[in-house]
Ligand binder design. Sequence first.
Ligand code: GLP
Length: 258
Amino acid sequence: MEIVICRTKEEASRKAADMVAALVKKNPKCVLGLATGSTPVLMYSELAKDVKAKKISFKNVRSWNLDEYYGLAPTHDQSYRYFMNANFFDRIDIKKANTHVLNGLAKDWRKECAAYEKAIKAAGGIDLQVLGIGSDGHIAFNEPGSSLASRTRLVSLTPQTIKDNARFFAKASDVPRHALSMGVGTICEAKKVVLLAFGANKADAVKAAVEGGMSQFCTASALQAHNDAWFFCDAAAAAKLKLRKFYAWRSETVLASL
Ligand code: GLP
């Protein structure tokens, strides 16, 4: 794991965007794994600026998103498909047909999830996976207790996640209780991982993921076994890391050598 610690989320988002942009430039046909939540929004804006400035193009990029609320139509304004269109896809030159989000209305969720995994494999696997992190350390919707070998499947949301995500809905009871989500095993197969974490309410999750034991109780900790995983944190999210000064110094050297 490389931990990049920045003063602000703006700085961290730009650095993470640089990493994604470098891959898109090097391999214009790359396969991206994408995330929702408020955290990656700034990074998506930075990438949209790069497209506008003609520095990069997503014309031949294909993408697979991490998860989708089960029971929400893609047109629902809180669905992750709607979110991706509004915050990223409609602002760049990607072909909509090349973007994939699990169908929250799939009647046969097993078939939907198996087909999703098969499609990722057929595309050659994910080159770079973008991630946020839940306040309990989850990635995608892999809540505490998810097997670190889990694959794309139907999952249940914890009361904590329902509470955290209630801010996007009119009331907490409107938050779906289930989702379709890539598994931890699916995510860890990505060749490169870029996780973003901002704000003090992510500090415990970042600490557990980076310096705690690898455990299904904090599914982001599975990335400890990944050989190309990057955490881009602002100062508040990194505040509880014991070795934060060391990580900051080390990542500067590593980033400069890329
Ligand atoms: C949801 C998503 C995660 C995301 C998390 C944190 O649970 N399924 O992918 O990382 O929310 O969201 P935020 O970035 O808004 O804090």
